[in-house]
Design a protein. Structure first.
Length: 549
């Protein structure tokens, strides 16, 4: 394209063409070759694909287009946010495209089976096991939606930013450092989450963070300088597998830039590669506020309306954040983008909702019959235990210490700050029970644990609403405590005691706990002040002097 031809183009076409050409040239691909790339897969690669049939996809897309054709511009824009509002005049219900995370168990709801983190699952080298695990997770996702209508669109799995440095804070989220193994594991994650029905998705999985988003501190501003060979052989391989072999229905654009172009504004990544080369059929979501980052801190767009236009034209359909909703109208008025571009993005999103069966009678959708009883059920717990056992890697076993001979052991010391804790990792749900290393080792040896305290699980009665939940420190804690809540515990010996100590947390404003003896209106033994700890699993000790004994 000659520069003089710019006068014949409107602003949005000119910007889009320049962005696309720059991205292709950065990876050694000539823009002139783009037309030769097949939009739909053919031959051997086409036969790899499992999942939704072409006919079902076409029907869903046609129904989605019918919705969008009846929408005003403002209504189309409103649909491009993760919290998509309903449109009353069209009888289109609201929908949450960020239902939660399902990285190794559901994060939504008060209860879910917790499986080993993806890094541990990769160590099993067992694709069949991975498929069973994520089938169980998606069973629980459907069970929650069948009962509570919370949504079916999850922002993980799979995380596919491979391990380049063990100090990276999110290593636990991804299945290791090898692109071949990671791709094999990720395909099974996607198949388990999305199901194998030819007409309906079970949930939508999300391959993220596309692409080269491998740092934490500067992830919103960094540009990854990637050579052509590393890009194709290392960084893209696992993503390609989830699309060609898994038919993943959602991809998340990263905060970072690739060779100077922010990923969520990168036409080469989101359209030329995902859709035209690999045949991706789903929708692209931004990471949260990543479209805003195109403007600042990347400074790639001069204004937020330009950033919004760039993102949608590049192929980003959904905004986790508010940039598209707040600035696309201005972008249209400034002739930076056309209404057809916005409608195309909305159509992709509504296509996914149709494939989830959200607009069909429940009896037609096979997954609507999954009962809530599957959540954290015995079979799923047994599967989690099997996965944990297969994930263990024994690096050293001097003198054949393991397996140990219980009869020969006199004393066992469990040493270290994590001995009594049970941390499940990032994006973890709430299993029905947590077991610390100290508890587990003691139980395996048949040793009774001495506890100089009362555990939350020992309560004999409580006010309505209070529930037991698994604690990050092992055992259980009392949760959902509100004003005037109460709990009754068995008798305790206070002989010689001068103060009362409790382990507490409060995500918001803190509060006060009164300790009464014998009955609710009995003598006041002490009053504990609970500080705000910032999270319901951030624990601290509080004490108060005992009185009136």
């Amino acid at each position: 394209m000659k520069l003089e031809a710019a006068s014949e183009l409107n602003r949005r076409e000119f910007l889009s063409t320049l962005t696309q050409a720059a991205a292709l040239l950065a990876l050694g691909v000539s823009p002139g070759l783009r037309a030769a790339e097949p939009y739909l897969l053919r031959g051997r690669e086409a036969r790899w694909r499992l999942g939704i049939s072409k006919a079902a996809y076409r029907r869903a897309r046609k129904r989605a287009q019918a919705w969008v054709e009846r929408m005003t511009l403002d209504e189309k824009i409103s649909q491009l946010g993760a919290q998509s509002p309903g449109i009353e005049r069209l009888k289109l219900p609201a929908y949450n495209y960020y239902t939660g995370e399902a990285l190794h168990g559901l994060t939504r709801g008060p209860l879910a089976t917790s499986f080993p983190v993806p890094l541990a699952l990769a160590a099993t080298w067992n694709p069949d096991l991975i498929l069973r695990i994520y089938t169980a997770i998606s069973d629980e996702a459907r069970a929650y939606d069948n009962r509570e209508k919370i949504g079916l669109s999850y922002y993980s799995p799979p995380t596919l930013n491979l391990h380049r440095d063990p100090r990276w804070g999110r290593c636990e989220e991804a299945p290791g450092e090898d692109p071949c193994l990671a791709g094999t594991i990720a395909v099974q994650m996607v198949r388990g989450m999305q199901g194998d029905h030819p007409h309906y998705l079970k949930t939508t999985a999300c391959s993220k963070h596309f692409i080269c988003n491998n740092t934490d501190d500067d992830r919103t501003s960094i540009s990854a300088p990637v050579d052509e060979r590393s890009f194709w052989e290392y960084y893209t391989r696992a993503y390609r597998a989830t699309i060609l072999e898994g038919d993943v229905f959602s991809v998340m654009g990263a905060y970072s830039a690739l060779n100077g172009i922010p990923c969520c504004a990168n036409h080469f990544l989101l359209t030329d590669l995902l859709r035209r080369r690999w045949g991706f059929r789903g929708y692209v979501t931004s990471d949260c506020d990543a479209i805003d980052n195109i403007y600042n801190p990347h400074h790639y767009a001069a204004t937020l309306p330009i950033a919004a236009a760039m993102a949608v034209q590049a192929g980003c359909d959904l905004n986790c954040g508010g940039t598209l909703q707040h600035h696309l109208k201005a972008a249209v008025n400034e002739e930076l983008i056309g209404e057809d571009d916005i409608g195309r993005a909305a159509t992709r999103l509504l296509t996914a909702r149709h494939l989830l069966g959200l607009f069909d009678p429940p009896e037609k959708v096979p997954y609507t019959r999954i009962p809530f009883e599957v959540v954290d059920c015995a079979a799923h717990r047994a599967l989690a235990l099997e996965a944990a056992r297969q994930s263990l890697v024994l690096l050293k076993n001097d003198s054949r210490f393991l397996p140990w001979d219980k009869a020969a052991l006199k004393k066992v010391a469990v040493i270290g700050p994590m001995a009594g804790a049970c941390h499940l990792g990032g994006y973890s749900g709430s299993p029905g029970a947590r077991v610390s290393p100290y508890q587990g080792i003691a139980e395996s040896l048949g040793v009774a644990i001495y506890r100089p305290y009362l555990s939350a699980s020992e309560k004999v009665a409580a006010s309505p609403g209070i529930r037991l939940q698994a604690s990050s420190e092992g055992e259980q804690n009392l949760a959902f405590i509100t004003d005037d809540s109460w709990a009754e515990f068995p008798k305790a010996d206070f002989t010689g005691k001068t103060e009362f100590e409790a382990r507490v947390s409060s995500a918001a404003k803190g509060g006060r706990i009164e300790v009464h003896l014998d009955r609710l209106d009995g003598p006041l033994a002490c009053t504990l002040t609970v500080p705000a700890t910032g999270d319901w699993q951030h624990w601290t000790n509080v004490t108060a002097p005992l009185a009136g004994l």
